[in-house]
Write a protein that binds this ligand. Structure first.
Ligand code: SF4
Length: 259
């Protein structure tokens, strides 16, 4: 996992803006037909953070967003970050938030995060910069990912997708996702709360190497075959790791596809 720039833990499933954003998969039955008896608690997150770092070579940032709002449970989040940092001093953190619950008393704990990014739906930009000077404001547009597409989109690209270098998302019930666009987990490499972690990581790595190199739809996981995004850019949380990802992609391409 040394070529991965971020691991996201959906430590809470709650979002204060969920009902006002009907386009967001937060509002869908995300775990239909899946076992939801287990969920991410603080000790399982700490255990996973240690194993990802010490056994699987992860060097990127730990994040807390998926289809939730991390500051909905701000006190627990800040305690979790401190807990992980005490056990893994090299651990790095990113916070991506909708910003609407950010308050002046959070100014101190927000320094725990090397990156703070706010989707500034409420247009509180100046107020947020006063609370957290290193905040980065973004203004996302709604997309159609909630549409549960079962077939390739008309004219869908077959290019390789570097998205699996960007993130490895673990949802509230422990299911791993190749990226946030596969919010139903159609191509989940497994569940980190019920499956041995090395098996989940191994499945994910084999899946990733196909996604970053193949131009053949049949070689792609089903989620990617039906994906309307097919991200053309390597979005990154760490420029140094990202540059290594490009080199690694070429090596995998030569190995799997040939020169
Ligand atoms: S093709 Fe789509 S679902 Fe697959 S990794 Fe890329 S963005 Fe995610």
């Amino acid at each position: 996992m040394k070529f991965l720039t971020a691991i996201m833990f959906e430590f809470t499933p709650k979002c204060n803006l969920g009902s006002s954003h009907p386009w967001c998969p937060h509002n869908a039955d995300r775990w239909a037909g899946k076992d939801t008896t287990r969920s991410l608690d603080d000790s399982s997150i700490l255990d996973l953070a240690v194993k990802f770092t010490e056994e699987h070579g992860f060097r990127g940032v730990f994040g807390w967003h998926y289809y939730n709002e991390p500051l909905f449970e701000a006190g627990r989040l800040f305690d979790l970050v401190r807990l992980i940092h005490r056990r893994v001093p090299s651990a790095r953190f990113v916070l991506w938030s909708n910003g609407s619950l950010m308050r002046p008393y959070m100014a101190g704990p927000l320094k725990l995060f090397e990156q703070v990014i706010v989707s500034d739906y409420d247009k509180r930009g100046e107020e947020l910069k006063a609370i957290c000077p290193h905040v980065e404001l973004v203004y996302p547009s709604p997309d159609a990912r909630i549409d549960d597409h079962e077939e390739p989109w008309p004219g869908q690209s077959t290019r390789p997708c570097p998205r699996p270098f960007t993130e490895f998302c673990i949802d509230y019930h422990g299911y791993a996702h190749v990226c946030c666009n596969d919010w139903r987990g159609k191509s989940s490499p497994g569940n980190v709360l019920t499956d041995p972690l090395h098996e989940v990581v191994d499945r994910w790595q084999r899946m990733r190497d196909r996604i970053i190199t193949s131009t053949v739809m049949g070689d792609m996981p089903v989620a990617c075959r039906c994906c309307g995004v097919r991200d053309p850019l390597l979005q990154t949380w760490d420029e140094n790791i990202a540059s290594e990802c490009i080199t690694y992609s070429r090596e995998v391409y030569d190995r799997l596809v040939g020169v």
